[in-house]
Design a protein around this ligand. Sequence first.
Ligand SMILES: [Zn+2]
Length: 422
Amino acid sequence: MAVDRRRGYYDEARETMSPSVRRQYQSTWLGELIALAWERAPGMRRRLKAAGLGVGDLRDPDSLAKLPVMKKSQMPDLQQADPPFGGFCTVPLGKLRRIFRSPGPIYEPMGPETGGFHAETGYYAGGFRPGDVVLQTFSYHLVPAGHEIDESLQLVGCVVVPSGTGNTETQIEIAKSVGATGFVGTPSFLMTLLKRADEIKAGRLPFEVAQVGAEALPESLRRSLEDDYGVMTRQGFGTADIGMIAYECVEKTGMHLVDEAIVEVCDPGSGQPLPVGQIGELVATVNNRTYPMVRFGTGDLTVLTDERCPCGRTSARMLGWRGRADEVTKVRGMFIHPRQADEVAARVAGVVRHQVVVGREGHQDTLTMVIELGPDAAAENARPALEAAIRDIMKLRGSVEVVPSGTIQEGAKKIDDRRTWD
Ligand SMILES: [Zn+2]
């Protein structure tokens, strides 16, 4: 009988909690986590004290905003001052199972407890089932991905083939020999394996389901993996520091947040949470009792939605990765990003080049999208369509100026901030 990869939950009660029950659930683990960190993680105690906070001050998700964000970019210095983990590990070194070193350099501990990476919920939601034999092609040395994902797959009940990166033809041979139904790795490597198997006439690879990450998954690539090769392909979002905090379900409508992470989208400058629907920096607090990352600023930009997902899961969803926080510009209180400018331009046919110009008139910011049109495009059609796209994507009112071909320089900045403040 065929496996049903589209229905069911890893933990139904948790994944379908009502907002008030989820808030209670997260408040409970947050309170326990802060108490533990206060007692055993001197780095965390230093942070709380510096903010004038005591152990009882962070009791629920809303109260977290009292603690300044700890930026990922600060971690190498913090760890160098108090090696190896910056005072953020709650467990004596000799009790750990593994220590990783990620680029930065940043060191991460893997605790005595299992499941600290929180990827199992996402693997199940993405179609992995007990008994799947999974080729795990993320790296097994230095960075945490390989070992942490390996453990999450085993929690689901999968059989892991720890094949690591590279070695395309060996991977093809392994996948065929063991009848691998699952794949974990980058989407480009999955496509490489499938195409290479065709080229060397190795026959169809047995993959039915894939969880991909660490790079963008263009919809065109996903369509090809799913339609041409029959591999149900979902993605997750995670980093070495905070684990897998979000995953796609069968619906592909953004990435559900795991219940073991409290995710805030914040003003990259002030660190204050922004309303749902605004673009900002992803700040995560994760229930990892060995390495409690509290208000960890990833430097990545995202947007959340709390609209109900048809899959039945009730958690909010991350609407994809929207670039790095150091590339944003604030216009009338809203952050805009070069990728949003590209999204606006892509909505209208015939736009050859584009640049967003931010200016100032009196005490008001102005936003003008300057465009060059191709020979077949009509300015009177493009202008209202682009203005609507600006409202929809950037949540701002903007005007559109059509300029002659050659006006916008090759390689010009996507967002040109011409405001002066003196
Ligand atoms: Zn869903």
